[in-house]
Each structure stands twice: as structure tokens, then as C-alpha cells.
Design a protein around this ligand. Structure first.
Ligand SMILES: [Zn+2]
Length: 259
């Protein structure tokens, strides 16, 4: 089984249990939004039985790569198909409640691809589903400790919209207006204005990108805190190399920066 990103690969492992080998096409620390596929990517797709992709426009490079791989037995799971995608934003997995639907689809595809082990996939899926329910409850309780007026954030790109909606946070703006697009000075000036007007406590950068713009913005807005989040890619440290670990770590970072 292959997944497009490290985050989806971790979710797929949760759905699959230990039986299938799961690898990520996009390496750790690389953005799936501007990834360039290599011959290795094509080879991985040629050898896979199941591909897990996010969809909703996140993996623009994937379709021609699948065609090049020419693997007629490849089953493709498009995780966001049928889910409530808002304004074309693909980052639904940042809301663990949406991730539960990803997990159901992945387990369905595995059971169809490998019916002899369908029961094993079903029990892995339901165990992981319980883990995701507990994750949402745990994070909700933590966010509730932030004073309501301080539950506002400026983020690096639009990865946290679904997360924020689930947990009652408010995203005032994003440094990158579109994933991968450099912001212009007028956009940054508007973010400084919003940060002051809305009393935003912190600006959130991302581990795989330069924090230069986040720091400049934080400084111009009167010395806001700068903290770092994971979203499109997992990290390499043991506390952030799984999906559940990443959501826990991000939530701790957000709570610490906003409180
Ligand atoms: Zn993204």
C-alpha cells in the first residue's frame, strides 16, 4: 500500500494494522502541494495494490504519475470524496472527526483488495476509530482551557481551517494566501492590521518552511509569539512521527502559545 503523504501513510497504518507494508510517496518534510514525482514514485505506484490519496486538488502531480505507472490492479482510495470540502480546501484530515471517514474508506479498500484478511482490517479500523474519538475529546478539553478571547491564530498556510472549526479556534489569516504562493507586502500589512485589531496572541509557522515572514509579521504586530506546527507532513521525532502524535503535539503548541 502507498499513500501520497507521511500523514496519510500514518492514517492508513491505523486503518490497516500491521499486515500491509505502507509507504509514503512524498518524503517527510516535503510539501505535497509542490512535490515533483521521481522515477521512484512511479515504481512505487507500479508495485502497489492500494493507493491512498487525499484528493480535493492537493496532489496535482498524481494523475499523470498514475498513468505513467500503468498498474491495472491499483485500487485508488480518494479520502475526501463525498466529504464536505469547503472552498476547495483539501486539509480535512486536520479534523480527527473527518479522519475517521478516511479510515473507513481505507479499510473498505483493503478488505476488497485482500478479502482473506478482511476481519483483521475491520478490527484494526475499529480500534483506530476509538483512538481518534479519544483524540478529539482530549484536544477539545485542552483548547477549552484557552480564554475565549485568545482563541485566534494567524497560520502559515490554510492547513488549519477544519481543525479550527472542530475545536472552536478562529483563523484570522494565513501568511501564504495560496499554498506555495509568496505573499505580497499589501497582504502582510493587512495581516499586521488584523493581528492588532483582533488581539491575536501568536503567529504559527511550519517546520518545513522558513519562519522569516512569520517572525517579521510577529515583530510588526507588536512582538507576538511565534510557534511551529505540523500539518501536511509528519515530523521525524518519535512524538510527531504518527498522525495522532502530530495532532497532540500541534494542539499542545497551540494551547501553550495562545494561553
Ligand atoms: Zn497544505
Amino acid at each position: 500500500m502507498v499513500a501520497t503523504t507521511t500523514t496519510l501513510a500514518s492514517i492508513a497504518r491505523g486503518a490497516a494494522g500491521s499486515r500491509p507494508d505502507v509507504r509514503s510517496l512524498v518524503p517527510t518534510g516535503v510539501s505535497p502541494e509542490d512535490f515533483q514525482p521521481s522515477p521512484d514514485t512511479i515504481a512505487a505506484l507500479r508495485n502497489a495494490d492500494v493507493l491512498v490519496e487525499n484528493g480535493a486538488g492537493m496532489e496535482g502531480w498524481l494523475e499523470p504519475t498514475i498513468r505513467n505507472a500503468g498498474n491495472p490492479r491499483l485500487r485508488i482510495v480518494v479520502c475526501t470524496d463525498g466529504l464536505p470540502v469547503v472552498h476547495g480546501n483539501p486539509h480535512l484530515w486536520m479534523d480527527p472527526e473527518q479522519t475517521r471517514a478516511y479510515v473507513r474508506k481505507i479499510a473498505d479498500a483493503l478488505a476488497a483488495a485482500d478479502p482473506a484478511h478482511a476481519d483483521g482490517y475491520r478490527s484494526a479500523q475499529s480500534a483506530y476509530d476509538r483512538e481518534l474519538i479519544a483524540l478529539t475529546a482530549r484536544r477539545r478539553a485542552k483548547v477549552a482551557t484557552i480564554p475565549p478571547a485568545r482563541r485566534t491564530m494567524i497560520v502559515f498556510h490554510d492547513a488549519f481551517d477544519y481543525y479550527a472549526r472542530r475545536f472552536g479556534l478562529r483563523i484570522v489569516g494565513a501568511i501564504e494566501p495560496l499554498a506555495g504562493a509568496e505573499p505580497n507586502p499589501a497582504h502582510l500589512a493587512e495581516l499586521v492590521r488584523l493581528a492588532r485589531a483582533e488581539h491575536v496572541p501568536a503567529v504559527f509557522a511550519e517546520h518545513e518552511y522558513s519562519d522569516k515572514l512569520a517572525r517579521a509579521l510577529a515583530e510588526s504586530a507588536g512582538g507576538l509569539k511565534v510557534a511551529f506546527l505540523y500539518d501536511d507532513s509528519l515530523g521525524t521525532a518519535p512524538d510527531v512521527d504518527t498522525y495522532v502524535g502530530m495532532i497532540d503535539a500541534d494542539s499542545d503548541t497551540i494551547v501553550a502559545a495562545l494561553k
